[in-house]
Design a protein around this ligand. Structure first.
Ligand SMILES: [Zn+2]
Length: 241
C-alpha cells in the first residue's frame, strides 16, 4: 500500500472509529448505567450512616439493659438490708426512701428502654430497606449492562475490524507522517488530511493560486495546505474523477 493511500485510509478509519465511539457512548443504556452508578454511590453513603447509627443504638440499648440489671440487683440488696434491720426504725425508713428512689430510677430506665428499642427497630428497618434497594440497583445494573452488550455487539465487532485494519495501514506510513497526522488529527478534530482535487483542497475548499498550486505539484505527495494547514495529499490532483 502506498503511503498516500494509507494516510487517506487512516483518516477514514479514524473518523469511522470516532463515529462508532460516539454512538456507543450515547446509547440510552449508558445514561441509565450512569444514573445507577450515582444512585449506588448515594446509597453507599447513606448505608454507612445508617450502620453507624444502628451500632450506636445497639450500644445504648446494651448500656440501658446493664443499668437495668444493676438497679434490680441493688434493689434486691437494699431489700435484704431492710429485712436485716427490721428493728432499727430509722434505718428502715432511710432504706425505704432509698428503695423508692431506686424504683423511680428503674421506671426511668424501662421507659428509656422502650424508646431505645423503637429507635433500634426503626434503624434496622432503614438498613433492610437500603440493602433491598442495593440489590435492586445491582439487578438493574446487570440488566442494563446486558442490554448494552447485546445492542452494541455489532458495533464492537466493527471496531475490532477497524482496529486490525488500522494496524496494517499504519505499517505503510512513516513515523514522521504518522506524527504529523496525530498532531493534525488532534488539532482538527479528526479531519487531519485533505486531498487536492484540481486546485481545490477537499476540506477547506480554498482555491489555490496558480503559483502555489504549481509549487505544491512539484513538492512531496504529502504536503501541508497553505490555507488551513491540514495535511494535503497532492497525488492525483489532476486525475479525472
Ligand atoms: Zn486546506
Amino acid at each position: 500500500m502506498e503511503e498516500t493511500q494509507a494516510l487517506l485510509r487512516l483518516q477514514e478509519i479514524d473518523l469511522e472509529l470516532m463515529r462508532l465511539n460516539t454512538t456507543l457512548k450515547s446509547m440510552p443504556q449508558q445514561k441509565k448505567l450512569a444514573a445507577i452508578t450515582a444512585a449506588q454511590k448515594n446509597l453507599a453513603g447513606k448505608m454507612k450512616q445508617i450502620i453507624g447509627q444502628r451500632k450506636d443504638a445497639e450500644m445504648e440499648l446494651d448500656d440501658n439493659e446493664q443499668a437495668h440489671e444493676r438497679t434490680v440487683n441493688r434493689i434486691g440488696e437494699v431489700q435484704g438490708e431492710a429485712q436485716d434491720r427490721a428493728r432499727d426504725y430509722r434505718g428502715v425508713r432511710d432504706l425505704e426512701a432509698h428503695l423508692t428512689a431506686l424504683a423511680k430510677q428503674l421506671e426511668k430506665i424501662e421507659f428509656k428502654h422502650n424508646e431505645l428499642e423503637a429507635n433500634l427497630e426503626k434503624l434496622l428497618k432503614a438498613e433492610q430497606n437500603a440493602t433491598d434497594l442495593g440489590k435492586r440497583l445491582e439487578e438493574e445494573r446487570a440488566a442494563q449492562q446486558k442490554s448494552l452488550d447485546d445492542s452494541s455487539s455489532e458495533l464492537m465487532a466493527r471496531v475490532r475490524v477497524l482496529a486490525t485494519e488500522r494496524k496494517q495501514v499504519m505499517s505503510a506510513i512513516s513515523d514522521e507522517v504518522a506524527k504529523t497526522y496525530a498532531k493534525s488529527a488532534k488539532r482538527f478534530g479528526g479531519l487531519a488530511v485533505e486531498r487536492l482535487k484540481g486546485n481545490v483542497p477537499s476540506t477547506c475548499r480554498v482555491k489555490l493560486q496558480q503559483g502555489i498550486f504549481n509549487e505544491l505539484m512539484r513538492g512531496p505527495l504529502i504536503a501541508e495546505c497553505p490555507y488551513c494547514h491540514r495535511m494535503l495529499v497532492t497525488e492525483g490532483a489532476l486525475a479525472d474523477e
